[in-house]
Design a protein around this ligand. Structure first.
Ligand code: COA
Length: 178
């Protein structure tokens, strides 16, 4: 179940981990977190700063004891206003296995900024079992349909220097009943 609409959602206040929208001061810390969460691709600090500012409404930062231990970067594609595209999900090793990734995803979806969202989309390399496990578990628990297909092809789009990226689409769902 997604959380009831409140100023502070249950997802944001559970246990010792606090969830919030990111801000510009998180950019450098996000860069470090991503570098510690293999096999995620590292982007420039500048890119991370844009995620923390321009895209803050669809990103979430998780803090434990003042440390940034989790982050989801996402955005609503300009031509797909009913889609939340999840770019990267990162949970530091010390915060894994507590349901944090799924909680962060639910927290973004629960925002008014996502009022029109009916689908979650993400791309995953075939061998990233943790990522498949996380998204499938999220969809399964909410009885949301899923489909997948190759989105970026290794040879066609990455000149053979990166694995295929499969698009996983979750939905359609009615956010209020999810
Ligand atoms: C993937 C990742 C974000 C999961 O974070 P997490 O907070 O530990 O995940 P959760 O506790 O919310 O677990 C969610 C589900 O994923 C599954 N899962 C987590 N790690 C898994 C793994 N290594 N293999 C298979 N399934 C896994 C869990 O079983 C859980 O499902 P369940 O609740 O039905 O048992 C974290 O391991 C990570 O940051 N990995 C490195 C970066 C990465 O690969 N990111 C994903 C690509 S976008």
């Amino acid at each position: 179940m997604l959380a009831e609409k409140k100023d502070i959602t249950p997802q944001a206040q559970a246990d010792d981990i606090t969830l919030r929208k990111p801000e510009s001061q998180d950019g450098a810390r996000l860069h470090k977190l991503i570098s510690e969460c293999k096999p995620l691709d590292e982007n420039s600090t500048y890119c991370n700063l844009l995620q923390c500012t321009h895209f803050a409404d669809t990103c979430v930062a998780a803090e434990m004891d003042g440390d940034l231990v989790g982050f989801i970067s996402g955005y609503i594609p300009p031509r797909q206003q009913n889609v939340l595209f999840v770019w990267q999900v990162a949970v530091h090793e010390k915060a894994r296995g507590k349901g944090l990734a799924k909680r962060m995803l639910a927290e973004i979806l629960d925002r008014d900024d996502c009022a029109n969202v009916q689908f979650i989309e993400t791309t995953i390399t075939p061998d990233n079992e943790a990522s498949w496990g996380m998204f499938r578990s999220f969809a399964y628990a909410r009885r949301m349909p899923t489909e997948e297909f190759i989105f970026f092809d290794s040879r066609l789009h990455f000149a053979g220097e990166h694995k295929d990226e499969h698009l996983l689409r979750i939905g359609p769902f009615n956010r209020d009943n999810a």
